[in-house]
Design a protein around this ligand. Structure first.
Ligand code: HPA
Length: 273
């Protein structure tokens, strides 16, 4: 049995909802988790489903009232760790940098480019205990060769194998937000090798990896990036996402029923050292 903080983990699973995806569970109970990283508790929703406990965390708050630069990523991810949640899939609204990736398509991210903000739990005085009593503290330089959980990505691509609008790999570039990018910034990101752009995702991927949580992403393309379409608007992002909400729920249910109880990936390997 896999445990974390002395709690069983194998039956737990969390969805993090991005822009336009604010509810996932039908009859959830609301829980508040206090963390060392915020005076306000993190609100998470919880429900049992086919002998699993599902959690849902709306990244921008239930009413989209937290902009990207104000999201307390550390509090959010630490709250998942406190609940001993071993696996997370996030949704992420992205702009496309490539003519073959269109609004409405899904992208299963496998790499990111993030030079915008340093983020880590290990600021020097943080210490955290993992399964088997292993403690990590001090300065941690994390391996990011495989930034997203390969097992979650594989199951997502199996579930979506008949969906012709799914791209099974893609590089995400993180920008600061909350403004959209300039066309010149998008050109620079294209030349660096990015396929899609967004404002949040890599921070979660980094922090989840630091705490040994498997993290996968289903990115939803909501627009062509700046310079590739006439203008960008937040309402367009929300409209596309809303039109995908029902199918996202179905995809996540399918993925959850296929996830193996034990992890068979390398996401927590550095914790064993
Ligand atoms: N840029 C940044 N973030 C986004 C975009 C975009 O074009 N679309 C959705 N989120």
């Amino acid at each position: 049995m896999e445990t974390l903080n002395g709690m069983e983990t194998s039956n737990k699973f969390c969805i993090i909802g991005g822009s336009g995806f604010y509810d996932f569970l039908e009859e959830p109970s609301k829980i508040s988790i206090t963390t060392p990283f915020d005076s306000k508790p993190v609100t998470i929703y919880q429900q049992e489903f086919e002998e699993k406990i599902l959690f849902f965390l709306p990244r921008h708050g239930g009413l989209h009232n937290i902009p990207p630069h104000k999201i307390n990523f550390k509090a959010n991810i630490y709250a998942l760790h406190s609940l001993a949640i071993p696996k997370v899939i996030a949704t992420s609204a992205v702009g496309s940098l490539r003519p073959l990736i269109n609004p409405g398509d899904y992208v299963l991210l496998d790499q990111f480019i993030d030079f915008v903000r340093p983020i880590t739990f290990f600021d020097g005085d943080f210490s955290v205990e993992f399964q088997k009593g292993i403690t990590k503290s001090g300065v941690v330089h994390l391996d990011m060769s495989e930034p997203y959980c390969p097992e979650i990505r594989k199951i997502l691509s199996e579930v979506l194998k008949d969906d012709h609008d799914t791209h099974t790999a893609g590089t995400y570039a993180t920008t600061m937000g909350p403004r959209f990018e300039t066309p010149a910034e998008i050109k620079a990101l294209q030349q660096m090798g990015a396929d899609v752009v967004g404002m949040t995702n890599s921070s979660e991927a980094i922090l989840c990896r630091e705490l040994g949580i498997c993290y996968g992403v289903l990115a939803v393309v909501t627009n062509m990036a700046a310079g590739l379409q006439k203008q960008l608007s937040h309402s367009e992002v929300l409209d596309i996402f809303n039109s995908r909400a029902a199918s996202l729920k179905q995809i996540f249910h399918d993925v959850i029923t296929q996830l193996p109880e034990q992890r068979n990936c390398t996401c927590a390997w550095y914790l064993q050292k």
